[in-house]
Design a protein around this ligand. Structure first.
Ligand code: IPD
Length: 266
């Protein structure tokens, strides 16, 4: 078994257990534990508990690996492998009871700078649909037994484009200006509220493209590998064309049309 396949098995098992824990906690009710960058940027007690569970499991089965999660301090890797974890991606959906949130777990190799990471394995699990999206480097992207492939020719109607809006009010005006530029080449626009599911949707051909400014590695590391392994093109994420600040993902024909309308830095 290759290292990537081994890491994917671990990511998949832990994502399933973590997602099921988060689902059970949701059934008991939601406790908002804190806010982060803005009042709208919330952390629930379940975010913290699920991240602690994932972290402990990873430490047990892969001692010495690094950890880079949304809710706790990062640790450096002694093995070259780092786990990049969002215990509940789509926390606002989770809190409101909207069934679009996921556990996102990626294993990456590389130095401390996330821009230079190479993702080896990634799992994105939506416990409410039971869908486990998974990918390993060179091993393809999968949903169950179905190999995933991005869409390519979007035709005259334009692409179905997913996006997101950051929590920082200063970014809202430029974000809306970018959206205005994209609309003419979009069939329609979706805002799902979970970056990992947006990227998984592009990989699965359910969306033609996704872009968002201001996501963090835990939001996009696993989903970016899904897109790459499904034949998509990436910008601004590990494995993608260089660009910081914005992630862009689409099929090979649509990507350049979208990229030329967007600005990675704004
Ligand atoms: C958020 C979601 C959302 C995206 C934000 C992310 P979180 O992650 O992925 O769709 O627009 O940029 O921060 O906070 O729910 O883990």
């Amino acid at each position: 078994m290759t290292l990537a396949a081994e890491l994917l098995d671990i990511a998949t098992r832990i994502a399933r257990e973590a997602g099921d824990l988060a689902r059970r906690r949701r059934e008991e009710g939601v406790t908002v534990a804190a806010t982060k960058s803005a009042a709208a940027d919330i952390v629930t007690a379940a975010d913290r508990e699920v991240e602690a569970f994932v972290r402990a499991e990873l430490e047990r089965v892969r001692p010495g690996d690094g950890f880079f999660g949304e809710e706790s301090a990062a640790t450096e890797s002694a093995t070259g492998v780092t786990w990049v974890v969002d215990p509940i991606d789509g926390t606002v959906n989770y809190a409101y009871g909207i069934p679009a949130w996921a556990v996102s777990i990626a294993a990456v190799e590389g130095p401390a700078d996330p821009a230079e990471w190479v993702a080896l394995a990634g799992a994105v699990y939506n416990p409410l649909t039971g869908e486990m999206f998974r990918a390993s480097r060179g091993g393809g992207a999968w949903l169950g037994d179905t190999r995933l492939a991005v869409t390519n020719d979007v035709g005259e109607a334009g692409g179905l484009v997913a996006t997101g809006f950051g929590y920082d009010p200063a970014t809202h005006a430029p974000t809306l200006a970018q959206l205005g530029r994209v609309m003419p080449i979009a069939r329609d626009v979706r805002r799902i509220g979970a970056a990992s599911l947006d990227l998984a949707s592009v990989a699965a051909g359910r969306m033609d493209a996704y872009y968002e400014k201001g996501t963090n590695p835990w939001d996009h590391a696993a989903g970016a590998l899904l897109v790459e392994e499904a034949g998509g093109v990436l910008g601004g994420a590990p494995g993608g064309r260089p660009g910081k600040g914005m992630v862009i993902a689409a099929g090979p024909a649509f990507f350049p049309r979208l990229e030329e309308l967007l600005d990675y830095d704004r």
